[in-house]
Design a protein around this ligand. Structure first.
Ligand SMILES: [Zn+2]
Length: 456
């Protein structure tokens, strides 16, 4: 509605001969690239090539934790595919990444009744002693609740049963739960998995320790089991569990950022970079997080090449490594390419569900332009370009002043599957993924081709 009104105001202004410079420039951009955008959208949505390619990636290599053989084999496969597609300057740039290995793990409810519980150790956690940690459970609802009951936590296993509000808030218990529990004298800590819905699937993810605070094992259980333990405590029942984890951190491993290019026709040294991260947690298939983002960006660039749409500036597709437990790929990329002029960085790491548009981080002048480009994507539902956006992998580039944007999608189901065994290809829709490809391709192409570039 707002967009319709904006365009009719522009039309009226044009009829009346009123020319504000911005309106004139905007109209030119939208009009200039309408045909190219139509061609891109038609080609991207004509088949399910991205979904098929993603299926090959995740079925062939499975999940891809940093340091795993699967991740490096996936990198080899991506590089071979990019070369086959005719992308230029296809290469892997070395990155040293953390190497955490889960090992065997289990959680047994001993009291008030025996039950094997589904669990996932959190990434970076230490192991338990070989025989495991047996202890009485104290269920708390928040950090404040733990503080209030600190005298009960000593020697116990603390469970944070914290309902999901939004990711940023609830993830604090995953990242900082072990430190808070250890400070209170707990011997291990558990969290209710970070997600709004559950079908008995625990969710893993990163966590941290702090210098000077004892490192205790830290794991996630399902929403269902967390709620059950909480009910048991409220009934005054004694709860005991046995936690066993063999997790260990090995020396850093060799990995790569993988990339290929569509070289610009006039200003090849200026770059629009887009991509996602190739690594995933060691569960599920890493299809949604973030194989889909990598493949959508890759397909977007392949498609532009196939259509013979060669922009003035270079478009580079990158699969960043180690987003999940280090962000070393994003940081290494920013360091390796600090001497280049990046016009824009685009990341897709919110799942390749129905695209809604982009979140943009950059100057007001640049925002006006990318918002106008967004109107070319209204047909695929991805026309909304909003203020504020980016991504973990492009964060280090954005800190140096490069404008950045993240693909925005319908995230309703994202945290149902996130970092769990349920992150598999079947959760993604081939048509929605195709529309993500269209959105990325149009945005990257137009920005890379703008006669005057995107202002900082
Ligand atoms: Zn991700």
């Amino acid at each position: 509605m707002t967009l319709l009104r904006a365009s009719s105001i522009l039309a009226l202004a044009a009829l009346a001969g009123v020319a504000t410079p911005r309106a004139a420039a905007s109209q030119t951009i939208a009009a200039e690239y309408r045909d190219a955008a139509r061609r891109i959208v038609a080609a991207a949505t004509a088949d399910h090539r991205a979904w098929e390619r993603l299926g090959e990636l995740v079925d062939r290599f499975g999940n891809r934790l940093s340091g795993s053989v699967a991740l490096e084999k996936a990198h080899d496969w991506i590089l071979a595919g990019m070369a086959e597609d005719g992308l230029r300057n296809v290469r892997g740039e070395p990155v040293m990444v953390p190497h955490w290995v889960r090992g065997r793990e289990s959680l047994e409810l001993l009291l008030p009744r025996a039950k094997q519980m589904r669990m996932l150790g959190l990434g970076g956690s230490v192991a338990t002693p070989p025989g495991g940690v047996r202890g009485e459970v104290l269920v708390v609802s928040s950090f404040a609740d733990l503080e209030a009951r600190a005298d009960e936590a000593r020697g116990r296993i603390v469970l944070f049963d914290v309902p999901f509000t939004d990711y940023g808030a609830t993830v604090q218990y995953r990242s900082g739960g072990a430190v808070a529990a250890a400070r209170a004298g707990a011997v291990a800590s558990l969290i209710r998995s970070v997600g709004p819905e559950s079908m008995q699937n625990p969710h893993t993810g990163g966590m941290r320790y702090e210098e000077g605070v004892e490192r205790i094992p830290h794991a996630a259980i399902t929403l269902e089991d967390a709620a059950m333990l909480h009910r048991m405590q409220e009934r005054g029942e004694r709860i005991e569990v046995l936690l066993r984890m063999e997790a260990r951190t090995l020396p850093d491993a060799q990995s790569r950022n993988v990339m290929g290019e569509l070289v610009g026709s006039e200003l090849p040294e200026e770059v629009v970079v887009l991509g996602g991260h190739t690594d995933s947690w060691d569960v599920g298939q890493g299809a949604m997080d973030d194989g889909g983002g990598v493949v959508a960006a890759w397909e977007a660039v392949r498609l532009l090449g196939e259509l013979g749409l060669r922009p003035r500036r270079t478009i580079r597709v990158v699969g960043w490594t180690n987003e999940e437990n280090g962000t070393r790929g994003g940081r290494q990329y920013a360091a390796d390419h600090a001497g280049e002029r990046h016009v824009l960085a685009i990341e897709s790491d919110g799942g390749v569900f129905a695209p809604l548009g982009f979140g943009f981080g950059g100057s007001d002048a640049a925002y006006e332009i990318v918002k106008e480009i967004g109107t070319l994507l209204e047909g695929v539902g991805a026309g909304a370009v909003t203020r504020g956006g980016g991504g973990a992998d492009i964060g280090p580039l954005m800190e140096t002043g490069v404008p950045g944007m993240g693909l925005e999608v319908d995230g309703t189901r994202y945290f149902w599957y996130h970092h769990s065994d349920a992150d598999t290809l079947d959760k993604l829709d081939p048509d929605e993924l195709a529309r993500c490809v269209a959105a990325l391709a149009v945005m990257a192409y137009v920005v890379a081709d703008l006669p005057e570039g995107l202002p900082r």
